[in-house]
Design a protein around this ligand. Structure first.
Ligand SMILES: *[C@@H]1O[C@H](CO)[C@@H](O)[C@H](O)[C@H]1NC(C)=O
Ligand SMILES: *[C@@H]1O[C@H](CO)[C@@H](O)[C@H](O)[C@H]1NC(C)=O
Ligand SMILES: *[C@@H]1O[C@H](CO)[C@@H](O)[C@H](O)[C@H]1NC(C)=O
Ligand SMILES: *[C@@H]1O[C@H](CO)[C@@H](O)[C@H](O)[C@H]1NC(C)=O
Length: 440
């Protein structure tokens, strides 16, 4: 049942609880001899474990690539290597790289829109499209006008691997556009653009395709599932519909590539994993990871944007615990589906002192204070600007860690006072503490 290499399990613990992993702390730092990437990763109890048996914690950032052009952002301003070097300077070890299912639909249709020139002209118009094209080619001369979007994704993954940064692939949307609304057609299974069949095909394709990326470690099912303005009777916004669609999707991924971890998110814009972690039953359907072929790959993801919160302990922490982090408390039987929890999105404006807000401080302290150590996180967002967002070309992103032209960090105070310490504390060895301090 458990396939984890070189990891000392306390077998007795297996039969004693629902947890299908043992709560024993994993060795840290990685055993000598383990070379990056040290994948595939597996899940044991509330931890992610590398191929050589070391505990893995993620600290990273979102690099969007799912909007209108379906290209990873920023390449008109900087080379992939330069962008990857900024991420590396932060000490981060993972990028959540987002993509649209439409990119894979175009691949299967052999669409002419896949080329760099055509996708830019389609998304930005002829004039701006060709300008951005020439800027991308000037900064990234390994590409040509006929390079495809997938060529660009491949190059981004390779560029990140140069800095030993893992790739977590995130299916952000079906139709490529800025995300997310209740009425954008991407909200829920069967929504206007959300064909379940194409989604499954896209997940399977990307799982197989990314197998050639050295640092490919994990992938999500879908970003921010949410109630569409009008959910259809055939696909109501219920937990039953989630299970019906999520399980086959995870199986498709696992069949095409058994290596990556699979991130599960619940409902409400990925702010609520309650049903999953509590193993709730709806119409006789229950999420029971230990029964699935991908049983040792299940990770829970959560987003949080309570940016206006007044109190960490009243407004944010109870909610995070109830909807997600309970899964990391192996001694809490109210959430029997235990596993690692990773906050794949949180973020704030870099220019208005938001780093000192209750929200930003609460996110970092809460994640770090998880008994047994943090699961991991990815901040929204790396991008200092977008090719186009909601119809506005060259959109300035004040939440971006990088500045508008991706030439430096946007605000060095935030980087030095908030982000660097958060990364360092997240990735520092966590199991040197007495194990009695850990759950279980
Ligand atoms: C254009 O670049 C892609 C990789 O991005 C490569 O596969 C292709 O051979 C190149 N085409 C030409 C004409 O150089
Ligand atoms: C973990 O769960 C136990 C049992 O419900 C509870 O007593 C403890 O307070 C929880 N720990 C945290 C940090 O929430
Ligand atoms: C940078 O962040 C600091 C700390 O929050 C803030 O005081 C300052 O105004 C910000 N500077 C700029 C230029 O955005
Ligand atoms: C670890 O355990 C030892 C011996 O029981 C104790 O003296 C020490 O204070 C503990 N350290 C922490 C960080 O709890």
């Amino acid at each position: 049942m458990l396939v984890v290499f070189g990891y000392p399990f306390v077998i007795a613990a297996l039969s004693a609880s629902f947890a299908w992993g043992a709560p024993a702390p994993a060795p840290w730092p990685p055993k000598t001899g383990a070379t990056w990437p040290d994948t595939p990763f597996t899940v044991s109890g509330r931890d992610i474990i590398s191929a050589s048996g070391a505990k893995v914690v993620y600290a990273g950032v979102n690099w969007p690539g799912a909007a209108d052009t379906m290209l990873p952002e920023g390449l008109q301003y900087a080379s992939i290597d330069s962008i990857a070097s900024f991420i590396s300077k932060l000490g981060m070890n993972v990028v959540r790289l987002t993509y649209a299912i439409e990119m894979i639909d175009d691949h299967f249709a052999n669409s002419p829109h896949q080329s760099l020139r055509n996708t830019l002209v389609k998304a930005l118009g002829s004039k701006a499209g060709n300008t951005v094209l020439s800027q991308i080619l000037a900064n990234n001369p390994q590409f040509n006008v006929s390079s495809t979007r997938l060529d660009v994704f491949d190059a981004v993954a390779a560029g990140l691997a140069q800095y030993q940064i893992y790739v977590h692939l995130d299916n952000h949307v079906s139709k490529a556009q800025w995300c997310c609304n209740n009425n954008d057609g991407n909200a829920w299974f069967g929504d206007t653009y959300f064909s379940v069949q194409k989604w499954h095909r896209g997940l399977g394709f990307m799982a197989a395709h990314a197998a050639s990326w050295q640092g490919f470690a994990s992938m999500s099912l879908r970003n921010e599932l949410r109630q569409p303005d009008s959910d259809s009777p055939a696909s109501p916004y219920t937990w039953n519909t989630w299970i019906k669609n999520a399980l086959p999707a995870a199986s498709v991924i696992h069949k095409h590539n058994p290596s990556p971890l699979i991130f599960f998110s619940g409902e409400g814009y990925n702010t609520d994993d309650t049903y999953a972690i509590q193993r709730q039953t709806w119409n006789h359907k229950t999420f029971t990871p230990e029964k699935y072929a991908f049983r040792n790959k299940v990770v829970y993801e959560i987003h949080n944007y309570q940016t206006k919160a007044k109190s960490c302990s009243n407004d944010i922490q109870p909610r995070l615990y109830h909807t997600a982090y309970c899964a990391m408390n192996l001694s809490d039987s109210s959430c029997p589906n235990h596993g690692p929890v990773i906050m794949t999105e949180f973020g704030f404006d870099q220019t208005d002192s938001s780093d000192q807000s209750v929200y930003a401080q609460c996110i970092s302290s809460t994640l770090l204070q998880q008994p047994g150590g943090p699961g991991g996180w990815m901040q929204w967002v790396l991008a200092g600007s977008y090719y186009i967002r909601s119809g506005i070309k060259d959109y300035d992103e004040t939440w971006g860690l990088l500045n508008h032209d991706w030439s430096d960090f946007r605000n060095r105070s935030v980087i030095d006072d908030y982000l660097r310490p958060f990364v360092a504390a997240t990735l520092k060895p966590t199991v040197a503490k007495n194990s009695s301090n850990d759950f279980g």
